[in-house]
Design a protein around this ligand. Structure first.
Ligand code: FMN
Length: 250
Protein backbone atom coordinates (compact mmCIF):
# COMPACT_ATOMS: atom_id res chain seq x y z
CA UNK A 1 0.00 0.00 0.00
CA UNK A 2 1.25 3.44 -0.78
CA UNK A 3 0.55 7.01 0.14
CA UNK A 4 -0.91 8.01 -3.22
CA UNK A 5 -2.40 11.27 -4.47
CA UNK A 6 -5.97 10.95 -3.22
CA UNK A 7 -7.38 13.72 -5.46
CA UNK A 8 -8.19 11.42 -8.45
CA UNK A 9 -9.95 8.98 -6.10
CA UNK A 10 -12.63 11.61 -5.38
CA UNK A 11 -13.89 10.98 -8.95
CA UNK A 12 -13.83 7.18 -8.63
CA UNK A 13 -14.74 6.15 -5.11
CA UNK A 14 -18.01 4.56 -4.11
CA UNK A 15 -19.47 2.89 -1.06
CA UNK A 16 -18.64 -0.82 -1.02
CA UNK A 17 -21.08 -3.07 0.81
CA UNK A 18 -20.04 -6.60 -0.37
CA UNK A 19 -16.73 -7.92 0.94
CA UNK A 20 -14.51 -10.97 0.74
CA UNK A 21 -14.73 -12.08 4.37
CA UNK A 22 -11.13 -13.36 4.56
CA UNK A 23 -9.19 -11.11 6.94
CA UNK A 24 -6.56 -8.90 5.32
CA UNK A 25 -2.89 -9.90 5.75
CA UNK A 26 -1.20 -8.63 8.90
CA UNK A 27 1.24 -6.50 6.89
CA UNK A 28 -1.68 -4.73 5.16
CA UNK A 29 -3.35 -4.10 8.52
CA UNK A 30 -0.04 -2.72 9.82
CA UNK A 31 0.11 -0.29 6.86
CA UNK A 32 -3.46 0.80 7.57
CA UNK A 33 -2.53 1.42 11.23
CA UNK A 34 0.53 3.38 10.10
CA UNK A 35 -1.61 5.52 7.81
CA UNK A 36 -4.00 6.23 10.68
CA UNK A 37 -1.11 7.98 12.41
CA UNK A 38 -0.82 10.43 9.51
CA UNK A 39 -4.47 11.61 9.42
CA UNK A 40 -4.89 15.38 9.63
CA UNK A 41 -7.52 16.79 11.99
CA UNK A 42 -9.91 19.65 11.24
CA UNK A 43 -9.78 20.58 14.94
CA UNK A 44 -6.41 19.83 16.52
CA UNK A 45 -7.68 20.12 20.09
CA UNK A 46 -10.29 17.33 19.95
CA UNK A 47 -9.22 13.89 21.17
CA UNK A 48 -10.07 11.16 18.69
CA UNK A 49 -9.26 7.45 18.44
CA UNK A 50 -9.53 4.94 15.62
CA UNK A 51 -9.72 1.21 16.40
CA UNK A 52 -9.74 -1.72 14.01
CA UNK A 53 -12.35 -4.18 15.29
CA UNK A 54 -13.45 -7.63 14.18
CA UNK A 55 -17.04 -8.31 13.08
CA UNK A 56 -17.59 -10.01 16.46
CA UNK A 57 -17.56 -6.60 18.13
CA UNK A 58 -20.28 -5.20 15.86
CA UNK A 59 -24.10 -5.34 15.96
CA UNK A 60 -24.60 -5.15 12.21
CA UNK A 61 -28.34 -4.62 12.11
CA UNK A 62 -29.32 -4.97 8.43
CA UNK A 63 -25.79 -4.41 7.07
CA UNK A 64 -23.76 -7.14 5.35
CA UNK A 65 -20.70 -8.49 7.10
CA UNK A 66 -17.19 -7.14 6.49
CA UNK A 67 -13.88 -8.67 7.63
CA UNK A 68 -12.78 -5.51 9.49
CA UNK A 69 -14.37 -2.41 10.96
CA UNK A 70 -12.77 0.95 11.62
CA UNK A 71 -14.48 2.36 14.72
CA UNK A 72 -14.17 6.06 15.51
CA UNK A 73 -14.34 7.38 19.07
CA UNK A 74 -14.18 11.06 19.96
CA UNK A 75 -14.20 13.55 22.74
CA UNK A 76 -17.51 15.47 22.63
CA UNK A 77 -16.62 19.10 22.03
CA UNK A 78 -17.66 21.81 19.59
CA UNK A 79 -16.78 20.66 16.06
CA UNK A 80 -16.26 16.98 16.97
CA UNK A 81 -18.64 15.60 14.32
CA UNK A 82 -17.17 17.60 11.44
CA UNK A 83 -13.73 16.57 12.72
CA UNK A 84 -14.76 12.88 12.51
CA UNK A 85 -16.07 13.41 8.97
CA UNK A 86 -12.89 15.19 7.90
CA UNK A 87 -10.57 12.53 9.33
CA UNK A 88 -12.41 9.31 8.46
CA UNK A 89 -12.87 10.47 4.86
CA UNK A 90 -9.07 10.38 4.58
CA UNK A 91 -9.31 6.63 5.33
CA UNK A 92 -12.20 6.13 2.88
CA UNK A 93 -10.09 7.60 0.05
CA UNK A 94 -6.94 5.77 1.20
CA UNK A 95 -8.75 2.40 1.13
CA UNK A 96 -10.17 3.10 -2.33
CA UNK A 97 -6.77 4.23 -3.64
CA UNK A 98 -5.24 0.96 -2.46
CA UNK A 99 -7.74 -1.49 -3.95
CA UNK A 100 -9.83 -1.93 -0.80
CA UNK A 101 -13.52 -1.24 -0.33
CA UNK A 102 -15.09 0.73 2.52
CA UNK A 103 -18.39 2.35 3.45
CA UNK A 104 -19.41 4.88 6.06
CA UNK A 105 -21.96 3.12 8.31
CA UNK A 106 -24.07 4.90 10.88
CA UNK A 107 -26.61 2.10 11.25
CA UNK A 108 -24.56 -0.61 13.05
CA UNK A 109 -23.76 -0.38 16.75
CA UNK A 110 -20.98 -1.80 18.90
CA UNK A 111 -21.22 -4.63 21.39
CA UNK A 112 -19.87 -4.09 24.88
CA UNK A 113 -16.37 -5.30 24.01
CA UNK A 114 -16.23 -2.88 21.08
CA UNK A 115 -17.38 0.03 23.23
CA UNK A 116 -14.78 -0.91 25.85
CA UNK A 117 -11.94 -0.43 23.35
CA UNK A 118 -11.91 3.34 23.99
CA UNK A 119 -12.83 5.71 26.80
CA UNK A 120 -14.08 8.26 24.27
CA UNK A 121 -17.63 8.32 22.82
CA UNK A 122 -18.33 5.87 20.01
CA UNK A 123 -19.30 7.85 16.89
CA UNK A 124 -19.38 5.74 13.71
CA UNK A 125 -18.05 2.70 11.85
CA UNK A 126 -16.40 2.13 8.52
CA UNK A 127 -16.26 -1.53 7.39
CA UNK A 128 -13.38 -2.30 5.04
CA UNK A 129 -11.84 -5.20 3.16
CA UNK A 130 -11.31 -6.69 -0.28
CA UNK A 131 -14.32 -5.70 -2.41
CA UNK A 132 -16.66 -8.26 -3.92
CA UNK A 133 -18.18 -5.70 -6.26
CA UNK A 134 -16.69 -3.19 -8.68
CA UNK A 135 -14.51 -0.84 -6.64
CA UNK A 136 -14.46 2.31 -8.76
CA UNK A 137 -16.75 4.50 -10.80
CA UNK A 138 -15.46 5.47 -14.22
CA UNK A 139 -17.54 8.62 -14.88
CA UNK A 140 -18.87 11.34 -12.60
CA UNK A 141 -22.33 10.79 -14.13
CA UNK A 142 -22.37 7.56 -12.09
CA UNK A 143 -22.52 9.65 -8.89
CA UNK A 144 -26.09 10.48 -7.80
CA UNK A 145 -25.56 14.03 -6.64
CA UNK A 146 -27.20 17.47 -6.59
CA UNK A 147 -25.99 19.99 -9.17
CA UNK A 148 -23.37 22.59 -8.28
CA UNK A 149 -26.06 25.31 -8.46
CA UNK A 150 -28.03 23.58 -5.73
CA UNK A 151 -25.12 23.43 -3.30
CA UNK A 152 -23.24 26.68 -3.91
CA UNK A 153 -23.59 30.26 -5.12
CA UNK A 154 -19.85 30.75 -5.67
CA UNK A 155 -18.90 31.77 -9.21
CA UNK A 156 -15.67 30.82 -10.96
CA UNK A 157 -14.66 27.86 -8.81
CA UNK A 158 -16.63 25.00 -10.37
CA UNK A 159 -13.68 22.61 -10.70
CA UNK A 160 -12.86 23.05 -7.04
CA UNK A 161 -16.46 22.79 -5.79
CA UNK A 162 -16.93 19.63 -7.86
CA UNK A 163 -14.79 17.81 -5.28
CA UNK A 164 -17.26 18.71 -2.50
CA UNK A 165 -20.26 17.92 -4.70
CA UNK A 166 -19.06 14.33 -5.18
CA UNK A 167 -18.48 13.67 -1.47
CA UNK A 168 -20.47 10.90 0.23
CA UNK A 169 -23.10 11.81 2.80
CA UNK A 170 -25.47 9.92 5.10
CA UNK A 171 -28.56 8.78 3.10
CA UNK A 172 -26.94 10.71 0.24
CA UNK A 173 -28.74 13.76 1.68
CA UNK A 174 -26.06 16.30 0.61
CA UNK A 175 -27.45 18.95 2.97
CA UNK A 176 -24.37 21.13 2.52
CA UNK A 177 -24.03 24.64 1.14
CA UNK A 178 -20.89 26.54 0.15
CA UNK A 179 -20.81 30.30 -0.12
CA UNK A 180 -18.18 33.05 -0.22
CA UNK A 181 -15.76 33.28 -3.12
CA UNK A 182 -12.89 31.41 -4.75
CA UNK A 183 -10.45 32.64 -2.06
CA UNK A 184 -12.59 31.99 1.03
CA UNK A 185 -15.24 29.27 1.05
CA UNK A 186 -17.71 29.06 3.95
CA UNK A 187 -19.33 25.65 4.55
CA UNK A 188 -22.79 25.15 6.09
CA UNK A 189 -25.40 22.44 6.49
CA UNK A 190 -29.15 22.84 6.39
CA UNK A 191 -30.60 22.58 9.90
CA UNK A 192 -32.57 19.33 10.13
CA UNK A 193 -36.29 19.57 10.86
CA UNK A 194 -37.33 18.85 14.45
CA UNK A 195 -38.24 15.22 13.73
CA UNK A 196 -35.38 14.28 11.44
CA UNK A 197 -33.08 16.26 13.74
CA UNK A 198 -34.06 13.94 16.57
CA UNK A 199 -33.14 10.87 14.51
CA UNK A 200 -30.19 11.93 12.40
CA UNK A 201 -28.78 15.16 13.75
CA UNK A 202 -25.26 13.83 14.05
CA UNK A 203 -24.89 13.29 10.30
CA UNK A 204 -25.03 16.72 8.60
CA UNK A 205 -21.98 18.14 10.39
CA UNK A 206 -20.11 14.89 9.70
CA UNK A 207 -21.09 15.12 6.03
CA UNK A 208 -19.77 18.67 5.79
CA UNK A 209 -16.51 17.51 7.40
CA UNK A 210 -16.23 14.88 4.64
CA UNK A 211 -16.85 17.49 1.92
CA UNK A 212 -14.27 19.83 3.46
CA UNK A 213 -11.58 17.18 3.10
CA UNK A 214 -12.47 16.82 -0.58
CA UNK A 215 -12.33 20.62 -0.98
CA UNK A 216 -8.91 20.78 0.65
CA UNK A 217 -7.56 18.04 -1.64
CA UNK A 218 -9.02 19.93 -4.60
CA UNK A 219 -7.48 23.23 -3.55
CA UNK A 220 -4.07 21.60 -3.14
CA UNK A 221 -4.44 19.90 -6.51
CA UNK A 222 -4.94 23.36 -8.05
CA UNK A 223 -1.74 24.57 -6.39
CA UNK A 224 -3.28 26.52 -3.50
CA UNK A 225 -2.11 26.81 0.08
CA UNK A 226 -5.04 26.11 2.41
CA UNK A 227 -6.03 27.07 5.92
CA UNK A 228 -9.23 26.36 7.85
CA UNK A 229 -10.71 29.18 9.87
CA UNK A 230 -13.72 29.13 12.14
CA UNK A 231 -15.40 32.51 11.89
CA UNK A 232 -18.99 32.59 10.64
CA UNK A 233 -19.48 35.69 8.45
CA UNK A 234 -23.19 35.70 9.52
CA UNK A 235 -24.23 38.29 6.92
CA UNK A 236 -25.15 35.84 4.16
CA UNK A 237 -28.90 35.22 4.73
CA UNK A 238 -28.37 31.54 5.41
CA UNK A 239 -30.85 31.47 8.28
CA UNK A 240 -31.80 27.82 7.97
CA UNK A 241 -28.17 26.75 7.91
CA UNK A 242 -25.57 25.95 10.53
CA UNK A 243 -21.99 27.13 9.99
CA UNK A 244 -19.16 24.58 10.11
CA UNK A 245 -15.90 26.10 8.86
CA UNK A 246 -14.27 28.23 6.16
CA UNK A 247 -11.43 27.25 3.86
CA UNK A 248 -9.00 30.01 2.91
CA UNK A 249 -7.08 29.49 -0.34
CA UNK A 250 -3.96 31.50 -1.21
C1 FMN B 1 -22.11 9.66 7.86
C2 FMN B 1 -22.56 8.57 6.89
C3 FMN B 1 -23.30 7.49 7.35
C4 FMN B 1 -23.67 6.47 6.46
N1 FMN B 1 -24.34 5.37 6.95
C5 FMN B 1 -24.63 4.35 6.11
C6 FMN B 1 -25.22 3.14 6.62
O1 FMN B 1 -25.48 3.01 7.81
N2 FMN B 1 -25.46 2.13 5.75
C7 FMN B 1 -25.15 2.24 4.41
O2 FMN B 1 -25.38 1.27 3.67
N3 FMN B 1 -24.57 3.37 3.89
C8 FMN B 1 -24.31 4.40 4.72
N4 FMN B 1 -23.69 5.53 4.22
C9 FMN B 1 -23.28 5.58 2.80
C10 FMN B 1 -24.16 6.52 1.98
O3 FMN B 1 -25.43 5.96 1.77
C11 FMN B 1 -23.45 6.83 0.64
O4 FMN B 1 -22.23 7.47 0.90
C12 FMN B 1 -24.28 7.69 -0.29
O5 FMN B 1 -25.46 7.03 -0.66
C13 FMN B 1 -23.51 8.07 -1.57
O6 FMN B 1 -23.09 6.93 -2.27
P1 FMN B 1 -21.56 6.66 -2.59
O7 FMN B 1 -20.80 6.67 -1.25
O8 FMN B 1 -21.52 5.30 -3.22
O9 FMN B 1 -21.06 7.74 -3.47
C14 FMN B 1 -23.34 6.56 5.09
C15 FMN B 1 -22.61 7.67 4.63
C16 FMN B 1 -22.21 8.65 5.52
C17 FMN B 1 -21.38 9.78 5.02
Amino acid sequence: MQEKDLYPIIFQRKSIRKYDLDPLDEDILKEIKDYLQTLKPLHKDIKIEFKILSPNAVIRRAMRKAPHYMAVFSEVKEGYLSNVGYMLQQMDLFFSANGLGSCWQGIPALKKEGLASSRLKFIILMPFGKPQEILHRTKTSQFKRKSLQEISDIKGADDLLETARLAPSARNAQEWFFTGNEHLIHAYYRKPSFISGFLIKKYPPMDVGISLYHLKLGAEHFGKETEFIFDNPEDNNLNDYEYVASLRLT
